[in-house]
Ligand binder design. Structure first.
Ligand SMILES: Cc1cc2nc3c(=O)[nH]c(=O)nc-3n(C[C@H](O)[C@H](O)[C@H](O)COP(=O)(O)OP(=O)(O)OC[C@H]3O[C@@H](n4cnc5c(N)ncnc54)[C@H](O)[C@@H]3O)c2cc1C
Length: 312
């Protein structure tokens, strides 16, 4: 292995978590490379407006992603547009195999592969993303104050987000494909006592309709009767599943039952020198500011880890 093939830190994923880790790593003078298989910025690169990243007002996700990438590069972060195909935990050095076949080694490895929302796959969903279609009530609920929204799903997240939206909006329809909810009993009790929420049972969304660039209604089909109707709504919040991008996680690294990586307060996994940050790791909420903070923590902890390793 050449010196060029080994790093202090390798970062997998160039979303807010990975870019923040890259920035802090370079400021700590660590030899660092970041691999991104898609768009730098991750999920925010496809978000329309970001209004809740502290200190940055009125910015599109794309522009915020570009700023984060520019700032990290300004400290000398090496960024490669390449997919990481696999990751292997080692003793002194961990290794990554890239899509093009190269194998690189690093003392610390920061996994920042993020997560993916499950989509409905109906007409109008991609077209109106950011113009009425959302996968995040904390991010976008604010834009629907005193409006009517439909929430799709029946699990804990859908019910929690419906309750959150009920505080902001005029009316929330919870559209669920079955006649019972999967959400926990406590959440269901809170749901029943919220007068603004109406549940539409046994029903699926077939289409999201819009006019002049914004959502105006959802076309629904009752699975028992096959009847269809249009429900007027200004927004559609979809919570039918969110999965961590954990395909790369080595077997030795512990994950919870939902596949999120378990870390300590330094964002380090149970394998020394392997860190997991952002939406990939188990935590209370997924937001840009949290992903960026994780990147900072993991980079500072990696610096400490690399220093100790080099002293051995
Ligand atoms: C539509 C939408 C709107 C949102 N709006 C907001 C908002 O307004 N405010 C807010 O705070 N949060 C918002 N969020 C949530 C926020 O985007 C996430 O919490 C945040 O992006 C998580 O950052 P991350 O870096 O952990 O992961 P991600 O953003 O998911 O980035 C992970 C990156 O890793 C890359 N990757 C994955 N596997 C590999 C691999 N094998 N090799 C190389 N690269 C890989 C991916 O391509 C991706 O770019 C929104 C999310 C969505 C989906």
């Amino acid at each position: 292995m050449n010196h060029e093939d080994s790093y202090d830190v390798i970062i997998v994923g160039g979303g807010p978590a990975g870019l923040s880790a890259g920035l802090y790593s370079k400021r700590a003078a660590l030899k660092t490379v970041l691999f991104e298989k898609g768009l730098l910025g991750g999920q925010i690169a496809i978000s329309k407006d970001v209004d809740n990243y502290p200190g940055v007002e009125g910015i599109t996700g794309f522009d915020l992603a570009e700023r984060m990438a520019r700032q990290a590069r300004s400290f000398g972060l090496e960024v490669e547009q390449e997919e990481v195909a696999s990751v292997a935990a080692g003793g002194a050095m961990h290794s990554v195999r890239l899509g093009d076949g190269r194998v690189l080694k690093s003392i610390a490895l920061i996994l920042a592969a993020g997560g993916s929302v499950r989509k409905l796959g109906v007409p109008g969903e991609s077209e109106y993303l950011g113009s009425g279609v959302s996968y995040c009530a904390t991010c976008d609920g604010f834009f629907f104050r005193d409006k009517t929204v439909a929430v799709v799903g029946g699990g804990d997240t859908a019910v929690e987000e419906a309750l959150y939206l009920a505080k902001l909006t005029r009316k929330v329809y919870l559209v669920h494909r079955k006649d019972t909810l999967r959400a926990g009993r406590l959440l269901q009790a809170r749901l029943r006592s919220e007068p603004k929420i109406e549940i539409i049972w046994d029903t699926v969304v077939r289409q999201i309709r819009g006019a002049r660039g914004a959502v105006v209604s959802v076309s629904l089909e009752n699975l028992r009767t096959a009847e269809t109707h249009d429900l007027p709504a200004d927004g559609v919040f979809i919570f039918i599943g969110y999965s961590p991008n954990n395909q790369l996680i080595p077997d030795e690294v512990r994950m919870n039952e939902r596949g999120f990586v378990i870390t300590d307060d330094r964002c380090e996994t149970n394998v020394p020198g392997i860190f997991a940050i952002g939406d990939l790791r188990q935590k209370f909420a997924n937001q840009i500011v949290i992903a960026a903070a994780d990147g900072c923590v993991a980079a500072l902890a990696s610096a400490h880890y690399v220093e100790l390793r080099k002293e051995r």
